[in-house]
Design a protein around this ligand. Structure first.
Ligand code: AHG
Ligand code: MN
Ligand code: MN
Length: 336
């Protein structure tokens, strides 16, 4: 199939914006190269000695897998030298990652989760990479953490890669959502899923049920109603999925609808949720909204949150619009 490649697709988008310099297209090309290299390492798995834990913890206090570190290094090394970024922020690095002094700087910032769903690595289930591109504030030579703290509405681009039975990249630059499948024979991501749209209604929910006792009342009410289905006042019965890999859950929702929740819980008080705003919740929310879905903490639109820290966590409720709206309305009723 001689389809349009991801970079060709971005070049066509760039032509529609006459003021564009082409720098963004080049940055995206670097991201594509990084994800292809990561796909290769994930795919090699145990053959390359890539499985298992690394014996260290990241800033979040999470045990790092070997592949968390390998993929983080690939992402940083692919992007730091090409001159399109002013700084980077990664799930695996406590501090902002500066561009080494001997390389040129560009006008963009990137936040990324190099390996999402890493608990799935050793059991051969889907994992992925998530990224969010922001503009560096004008006139800032050495961006600091404060320069990253822009609301999700300011994202220039968001995307994720899923390393599953096929390797797929899903991307938005604010003109809808497109999905590209890696054709390993030619080494290109090819447009296979143009203009992805999330159905407004769904009968499928995704949540880690083992946390039920730690949730707030509105989420418990919603999930309990889904469980009861026709016997509990809903107009249909629901099905449930939990992959424990946000990239796989969001991809499923883009293909056939659904609602995904990692809500506020009291398991780790003070953390505000499990998922990280700047490199998980924001990019996924941008993609979901661009595909016609909705994304909220239950109390506010995720893309409107003013970030306080690069590693900040937030509750996440996203997917098919009518179900997300229902959960948000339960939060409103509970407050009243
Ligand atoms: P990461 O591997 O980058 O730390 O992220 C994992 C996240 C997310 O992808 C998934 O939805 C969630 O954690 C799974 O959490 P549980 O193990 O608590 O179900
Ligand atoms: Mn993650
Ligand atoms: Mn991760």
């Amino acid at each position: 199939m001689a389809g349009l490649s991801l970079v060709q697709h971005i070049i066509l988008e760039q032509r529609r914006a006459p003021e564009a310099s082409g720098e963004f297209t080049l940055l995206l090309n670097d991201i594509v190269s990084a994800c292809k290299a990561i796909a290769h390492e994930v795919n090699r798995g145990g053959l390359a000695g890539n499985l298992g834990i690394a014996g260290s913890e990241n800033v979040q206090g999470e045990v790092q897998k070997k592949l968390d570190i390998i993929t983080n290094d690939i992402f940083i090394r692919s992007l730091e030298w090409t001159g399109h970024l002013a700084a980077m922020a990664s799930e695996e690095n406590d501090e902002i990652i500066p561009i080494p002094a001997h390389y040129p700087r560009g006008k963009y910032l990137i936040c990324f989760d190099p390996l999402d769903g890493s608990s799935n690595i050793d059991i051969n289930l889907s994992v992925g990479t998530i990224f969010s591109v922001l503009r560096a504030p004008d006139g800032i030579a050495e961006p600091s953490e404060a320069d990253f703290l822009q609301p999700g509405t300011r994202q220039v681009c968001a995307g994720f890669c899923v390393y599953g039975p096929t390797t797929l990249m899903v991307l938005t630059t604010g003109n809808g959502v497109n999905g590209f499948t890696l054709d390993r024979d030619v080494g290109e991501f090819i447009l296979t899923h143009p203009d992805m749209r999330i159905p407004e209604d769904t009968a499928e929910f995704a949540v880690n049920m083992s946390n039920r006792r730690f949730w707030e009342e509105p989420v418990r009410r919603y999930v309990d109603e889904c469980m009861l289905g026709l016997d509990g006042g809903r107009e249909k019965n629901f099905n449930m999925r939990w992959v424990a890999s946000m990239v796989a859950e969001v991809y499923r929702i883009l293909v056939r609808g659904g609602i995904f929740m990692y809500p506020y819980d009291t398991k780790s008080p003070g953390k505000g949720g499990k998922l990280r705003l700047m490199y998980e919740a924001n990019p996924m929310s941008f993609i979901v909204e661009q595909a016609g879905g909705a994304s909220s903490t239950g109390r506010e639109r995720i893309l409107d949150i003013r970030p306080e820290h690069v590693h900040q966590r937030v509750p996440v409720i996203l997917g098919s619009k009518n179900e997300v709206d229902r959960v948000v309305s339960y939060h409103g009723q509970h407050r009243a």
